[in-house]
Design a protein around this ligand. Structure first.
Ligand SMILES: C[S@@+](CC[C@H](N)C(=O)[O-])C[C@H]1O[C@@H](n2cnc3c(N)ncnc32)[C@H](O)[C@@H]1O
Length: 267
């Protein structure tokens, strides 16, 4: 399946430019330079969960044949920040279940983020602690994969049924380079049957780098030497399809920030 072409080429919003603009007051107090991994403390006040959820069908689990009875369905949310989108996605995908039974039943979500403060906030606001867990984890560290495998083993599974990775790839790429960008995609592919991916476009890399320069900080370590640049969604798709036995199953369209939300499935 080919990627649909985007609605706008330039001039759309990125988390960095919004953070500089609309939330200037907050960011100046909190210092956006202190969020070099995209670990913005007020992310959901400028990019609410609905921006992504409105593209994702509430019946997605059923459409993918993921039925939580009798075996558990396992979801993973990568770089979950303060958990708002993870929880909203969970409720969104389980809305029929919740209204019929009043409980989420056998669907489990694991969310992780490298920022311990954000994870503490996610834990404090978790409405389903029996079913949703938030843990601190840096996906670029080798040990993190062992921890995710250990979680899967408790359920007797080798992979998550559905893994979501929204607006994280750029931060790994800028902070750790090309190899880490590809390793992130390969690692997530090896952990999931289905992968829901929102990749930041290249213009957001430029905004992020500009933001650091304006703050008088040195550039992201890898920005100038990245070889993988340009059409980031196509780079991700090519890697997943050519190297990771994944296949683009569906494009859910474009968010209000002009980012595509893509669903890949294991071949
Ligand atoms: C822009 S926010 C996106 C949050 C959420 N996924 C969403 O789209 O609503 C990026 C998040 O990725 C996290 N992150 C960046 N690099 C990471 C890594 N190596 N391991 C885990 N989380 C990471 C950041 O801490 C931040 O919370």
């Amino acid at each position: 399946m080919a990627l649909p072409s985007g609605p706008a080429a330039e001039g759309s919003v990125c988390e960095e430019s919004v953070c500089e603009g609309v939330y200037k007051g907050v960011c100046e107090v909190e210092d956006p330079g202190a969020a070099p991994f995209g670990n913005f403390i007020n992310y959901y006040s400028f990019n609410p969960p609905e921006n992504r959820l409105e593209l994702i069908p509430a019946s997605l689990l059923q459409q993918l044949g993921l039925n939580p009875d009798p075996d558990p369905v396992l979801l993973l949310d990568v770089g979950c920040n303060s958990g708002d989108l993870s929880i909203a996605l969970y409720k969104h995908l389980l809305q029929d279940h919740l209204s019929d039974r009043g409980s989420p039943g056998n669907v489990h979500l694991l969310g992780f983020d490298l920022d311990q403060d954000l994870i503490s906030r996610a834990q404090d606001s978790n409405p389903f602690p029996q079913n949703i867990r938030f843990i601190p984890l840096d996906i670029t560290q080798q040990e993190s994969h062992a921890e995710l495998r250990a979680y899967l083993q408790k359920f007797g599974r080798r992979r998550f049924h559905l893994c979501s990775c929204f607006a994280v790839t750029m931060w790994v790429h800028l902070n750790h380079g090309d190899a880490a960008f590809l390793a992130l995609l390969s690692g997530l592919a090896s952990l999931s049957e289905y992968l829901l991916l929102e990749v930041q476009p290249w213009k957001c890399y430029r905004s992020a780098a500009r933001r650091l320069r304006k703050l008088g900080r040195s550039d992201f370590e890898h920005f100038k030497t990245l070889q993988i640049r340009g059409d980031m969604a196509t780079h991700a798709k090519d890697h997943l399809e050519q190297r990771c036995s994944m296949q683009l199953a569906q494009s859910f369209g474009w968010t209000s920030w002009d980012r595509s939300v893509l669903l890949f499935r294991r071949r």
